[in-house]
Design a protein around this ligand. Sequence first.
Ligand code: IMP
Ligand code: MG
Length: 211
Amino acid sequence: MKDKIIDLRNTPLVAVSSIRSPKYAARDFKGILILNGEIVLRTEKLSHDIQEEYKGKQLVLLGVLDGSVHFIKDLSEGIGLSLQRTFIKVSSYKQGTVGGDLELLLTPMVNLDGKDVLIVEDIVDSGRTLRFIINKLTNSFKPNSIKSCALLDKVERRLPGFEDVKADYTGFIIPDEFVVGYGLDYADNYRGYKHIAILKPEIFSENNSDK
Ligand code: IMP
Ligand code: MG
């Protein structure tokens, strides 16, 4: 079926100083976990697998804003099929809040009835967002199928009751660290950095974020 799992949990980091990077990178990042070239190569493989699975189907790539923007661009360019691409947005928690229900802030602009929907996420963490989206789509539309593709997966972070949440396509399994770049953010910063880096713990603290 799919390909092998790529597990980066014991991978040494690339020093920020060893590649050309903006000034903030040396200041704020512990190191680089995935270089852009590795992301691109892996995404090409995912695109190829998706192309094989969705030949002859009515594929809709449904990106989850804002983090999936870089990923869905590269992913959709690599899929040699006619496809539709649209976005949804799910609420994230403000500082210090825990638990409660997620909320759909933007509904899909494409009618998903009868379509083969592939949710495109930047990262699966607790598992709450992906499960929420799948439930929401199942209740609001009559898609032919719903699957998911996540660039990153922090498998160790699933909340109790969410252990079975897993994307159908996964780019990389990563350690339980806060990552930014290639669309992923911390308080909307760092999305434009082209590699995926680990944020220094002193920048990210449990007290000033929901993650
Ligand atoms: P979940 O609902 O806990 O699985 O979280 C999924 C969402 O949390 C992702 O779509 C991201 O927006 C965000 N998130 C989780 N971990 C990270 C991280 O390490 N860096 C940036 N965003 C993250
Ligand atoms: Mg996200």
